[in-house]
Design a protein around this ligand. Structure first.
Ligand code: C2R
Length: 206
């Protein structure tokens, strides 16, 4: 795996500017972040941020994958979105895009970046509670795929795991971290079985 570089070196090597978004890693945000960003996490509004922090935290804390975070809206500023997405740093391998409502952002990105996988996270929002965003993302025409996750929290976490799997194709360290993450999930089933007898006793009428 590549050595993590201090921010200034990374910025110089990748010609990173503020236009590329905010760098986040397990060490911190912006100036405190270390390492080359491998994933872009973008969203239609900063109101999506609480949901997408689940993806940011999973990527950084579970897998140690630095990411860039940026707001982009094809509804509100199409030109800026095109400019940002067409000029990502060369280190970006995967894009996670979250949006709510008429969620056109991930599909537009998939069209703009034929070279990168795009993972969509539909936000649970408004009258249709995310069904609108889910269908907007999943019903892409042939040729510009978006890998769509579940609506809401599970989708945000799964987007980060899926992105880690893409990065792991070229990075054995991330493969090991994915295995360790899977082991932790198995541990949960074991712990639940250990307390099951007591829970059954509590649930039964005395
Ligand atoms: P506000 O909270 O800013 O009103 O945004 C955002 O992702 C957000 O979930 C409400 C919702 O609008 C979504 N949005 C899109 C796009 N831009 C913003 N779906 C887009 O370009 O697809």
């Amino acid at each position: 795996m590549q050595q993590k570089q201090p921010l200034k070196d990374v910025r110089d090597a990748l010609n990173l500017t503020e236009d590329h978004g905010v760098l986040v890693s397990s060490e911190g945000v912006g100036d405190q972040a270390i390492g080359e960003p491998k994933v872009l996490i973008t969203m239609g509004s900063d109101s999506d941020l609480p949901l997408m922090m689940k993806a940011v935290n999973t990527l950084c804390n579970e897998f140690g994958i630095p990411c860039l975070v940026q707001i982009n809206s094809v509804h509100r500023d199409l030109r800026a979105a095109i400019q940002h997405i067409e000029h990502l740093p060369a280190s970006i391998q995967v894009i996670i895009a979250c949006a709510g409502g008429a969620a056109h952002l991930p599909g537009n990105i998939a069209d703009l970046r034929a070279d990168l996988p795009v993972i969509g996270v539909p936000r649970d929002l408004g009258a249709l509670k995310g069904i609108d965003a889910l269908l907007s993302m999943v019903q892409m025409p042939e040729g510009a795929p978006v890998a769509v996750m579940a609506i809401g929290d599970a989708g945000a976490v799964n987007a980060a795991i899926h992105a880690a799997k893409e990065v792991a194709i070229g990075d054995p360290t991330i493969r090991e971290r994915l295995q360790a993450y899977a082991e932790k999930r198995k541990g949960k089933v074991k712990r639940q079985n250990e307390t099951l007898e007591q829970k059954l006793r509590n649930e039964r009428p005395s």
